[in-house]
Design a protein around this ligand. Structure first.
Ligand code: WTA
Length: 713
């Protein structure tokens, strides 16, 4: 059916809805199968008799499956004519061509029509107990004003706006405002340094930045505007920087800056009268709800109209860029587009977590990462959920923060990272038991493998042994969750520490070292996907060749994830870790080459090699081997401090090495390649596992490295 679920008569009255009403009645009248009972989106599919059959069909006849769910779940202004046009061997991925829609309409307007007073966002501010709620009506209003503000300052369809903000309602409204006017957003994690920010702004060719004066996290103030100022020194193309106020402290403004002067907390409850405005547009009538109510907007934004005509976007227009680390030095700007991404985020949000209407969804990720994009913003809002924006840290002001929040906000699904779970379990059960967690229904884990001890604690203590723990595997590239324990059956068996089962439409395969598909179970290999799905990234911004080389060239015809996996006897998947030089520190993905690039910039350094090692809390830690230039005479402790400072300054604090080992030389092959495999084994103290050393240029180098490592510990 072409109509979105939950559409009211107002939509039906619109020209678009009138056109499609006939097909709606026709399709829903026809479908009699029981699939509709558990997946209403698939109601149009005939002859499917159960969950297993639907999952099977989503792979064997993926076009029918995705066409049905896309028609049902999204609100289109023009229906698509082609479900997919993909060729993985060329990195060509297109979904729902011919279709036109607006993502912000899908995330806001359609819910405002049915339930304007439903809470869209709960902002769990850093200061405990000071949460603020925003209804769908209020979020739409903020988004529209911001969209108009951006338009008035010349931001056009197709432009890219960089958002450097902490997780807060204005950041979400900024993302949606871009979507409303057809601009792409490029959210840069607010923990990134000025250099990292500048690199991402330049690569994205962004001429507009949105930021805040200061961030507040864990009781500490971060100077975000100052960081933007520093970044601006190497970003000559930026024309304007919008600055909102998160704290009361003024910051230096330049000619380029536009103060947004956020209405401060004490003024946030001011009552404003808003005019009824109704506009007949491409999306039918969208009407501003008129009521006396609090609004939290900026002074500049207050000048703007509360109605902002949504841009009519093609399915394959860019929705956002998001930079992530690869195995080479330069981060890559992955591109996600409108319809396929939104559909996939919405569908996975609903089914992986067993989300039901009215639930409060608490994903504690920062909006600067893909998890924040898909499961704080787009998935939950597309489903009309109440989503939590978590601004703080798991241990501020004490290790009970998450569970206090669960009690206060009555969270039903909690989605977090294993690194935080490992940290919290060390503080003991009393911090959890203090709080009422009876609202919790599902616990999610993401970003890195969850070890059995953390899984058991999460399940037994946090979830009182009654909430399923879903270990979700996915990546910035995949747009949404691909493998999870209960993607299609809320009662399926769960094995601790395993992502387990592919989502609808996902067809994972394991490859051996020769590039052959491994067909048996109880086997390990390189994890690839044999079929495209709507949520996958479309390209790397400005570098399609790198996209092809990284993901489609290693196993022609397949999408290569970069991860290794084990498939159990029962056919369940367990992710074993990266196969490339990417490491995962506290759930943050970082290329070892990025760190080496920075270390090598130090004039005293001749060369370096960075590897990951197992860390009991962070999952992986950063271990750097550094060779100094000849004749350099420095105190190693001083130089270590300097190198740590450089990495924090040029990338981010989390990338800073935990250990720096100075060495005379690095173990290399005869052709001069550093043998990282050997270094990894040394830092894991797995000397038995050093493997074949026959290609080593000089075996004595390994002995030196081992001795140096033992000394450092
Ligand atoms: C890792 C985060 C094991 C994996 C959503 C992947 C995981 C990378 C899991 C992507 C998991 C993510 N079990 N490993 N459940 N989830 N990973 O792009 O190595 O920040 O390739 O996306 O994190 O990290 P990214």
């Amino acid at each position: 059916m072409w109509l979105p679920c939950g559409c009211t008569s107002k939509y039906v009255a619109s020209s678009f809805a009138r056109r499609t009403l006939a097909s709606y009645l026709h399709v829903s009248g026809r479908s009699r199968c029981n699939v509709a009972a558990f997946m209403p989106e698939a109601a149009g599919l005939e002859g499917v008799s159960g969950r297993a059959a639907l999952r099977e069909l989503s792979v064997s006849n993926s076009e029918s499956f995705w066409a049905a769910v896309a028609r049902h779940r999204l609100c289109w202004s023009t229906p698509f004519h082609t479900v997919q046009d993909c060729d993985l061997s060329r990195g060509k991925i297109k979904w729902f061509e011919g279709g036109k829609l607006n993502v912000s309409v899908n995330c806001l307007d359609r819910h405002v029509h049915t339930c304007p007073e439903r809470v869209a966002l709960i902002w769990e501010r850093d200061e405990r107990g000071s949460e603020m709620k925003y209804t769908y009506g209020e979020l739409l209003e903020m988004t529209c004003r911001l969209g108009n503000l951006l338009r008035r300052h010349g931001v056009k369809r197709g432009d890219c706006v960089t958002i450097y903000m902490p997780t807060c309602p204005l950041a979400v409204a900024s993302m949606l405002a871009c979507a409303r006017i057809g601009a792409a957003h490029n959210v840069v994690f607010a923990g990134f340094s000025a250099d990292a920010l500048a690199e991402r702004i330049r690569d994205a060719q962004s001429s507009t930045v949105i930021t805040v004066n200061q961030g507040v996290r864990g009781g500490k103030v971060t100077e975000l505007k100052k960081t933007v100022d520093t970044a601006m020194q190497s970003c000559p193309t930026v024309k304007q920087v919008f600055v909102a106020m998160r704290t009361d402290n003024p910051v230096t403004m330049t000619a380029r800056d536009i103060a947004m002067e956020e209405v401060r907390e004490q003024k946030a409850n001011q009552i404003l009268e808003i005019q009824i405005q109704a506009v007949e547009g491409e999306f039918g009538i969208f009407e501003q709800i008129t009521k006396r109510r609090k609004i939290t907007v900026t002074h500049e934004m207050l000048k703007e109209d509360v109605v902002c005509e949504p841009a009519v976007m093609n399915s394959e227009d860019v929705l956002f860029l998001l930079y992530t680390s690869g195995s080479t030095g330069k981060p890559k700007g992955l591109v996600h587009t409108q319809a396929g991404y939104l559909l996939y985020a919405a569908l996975t949000h609903r089914y992986v977590f067993s989300y039901h209407d009215g639930d409060v969804f608490g994903c504690v990720a920062d909006i600067g990462w893909i998890t924040g994009h898909s499961y704080v913003v787009y998935g939950p809002l597309a489903n009309g959920a109440t989503t939590v924006l978590f601004e703080s840290t798991p241990i501020y002001p004490d290790p009970g923060r998450y569970w206090d929040m669960v009690e206060r906000l009555k969270i039903n699904q909690f989605y977090g990272a294993p690194t935080a779970i490992r940290l919290l379990l060390k503080y003991g059960d009393q911090w959890v038991n203090k709080y009422d967690r009876s609202t919790l229904k599902t616990l999610g884990s993401v970003g890195e493998p969850i070890n059995t001890e953390a899984w058991e604690w999460y399940h037994r203590v946090v979830g009182d042994g009654r909430c399923p723990v879903v270990d979700t595997w996915w990546q910035t590239e995949t747009g949404g969750i691909c493998i999870a324990p209960r993607p299609s059956d809320p009662d399926a068996e769960i094995v601790p520490g395993m992502a387990m089962r592919p989502f609808f439409g996902i067809n994972p395969v394991l490859m051996d070292t020769e590039g052959e598909v491994l067909t048996s179970n109880n086997t390990s290999g390189a994890l690839c996907m044999a079929q495209p799905w709507p949520g996958m990234a479309r390209t790397i911004h400005n570098n399609h060749q790198r996209f092809i080389d990284t993901y489609f060239q290693p196993y022609p015809g397949y999408f290569f994830t970069g991860d290794g996996a084990y498939r159990s006897e029962e056919g369940y998947y367990q992710i074993t870790g990266r196969l490339d030089d990417v490491i995962n520190v506290s759930g943050h993905r970082i290329g070892t080459a990025e760190i080496e690039d920075v270390v090598n910039q130090c004039p005293a350094v001749a060369e370096s090699a960075v590897v990951g090692y197992t860390h009991s809390i962070k999952g992986q830690g950063v271990y750097a081997f550094v060779v100094l230039k000849k004749g350099i005479d420095v105190q190693e402790a001083d130089l270590s401090r300097q190198l740590n400072g450089m990495v924090s300054e040029k990338i981010a604090k989390y990338a800073s090495p935990d250990f720096i080992q100075f060495a005379k030389r690095l173990p290399k092959t005869r052709s001069g390649k550093i043998m990282r495999r050997v270094l990894r084994k040394v830092v894991e103290s797995d000397l038995e596992g050093l493997g074949d050393l026959s290609t080593l240029d000089d075996p004595a180098a390994v002995q030196e490295i081992i001795q140096g490592h033992e000394k450092l510990l």
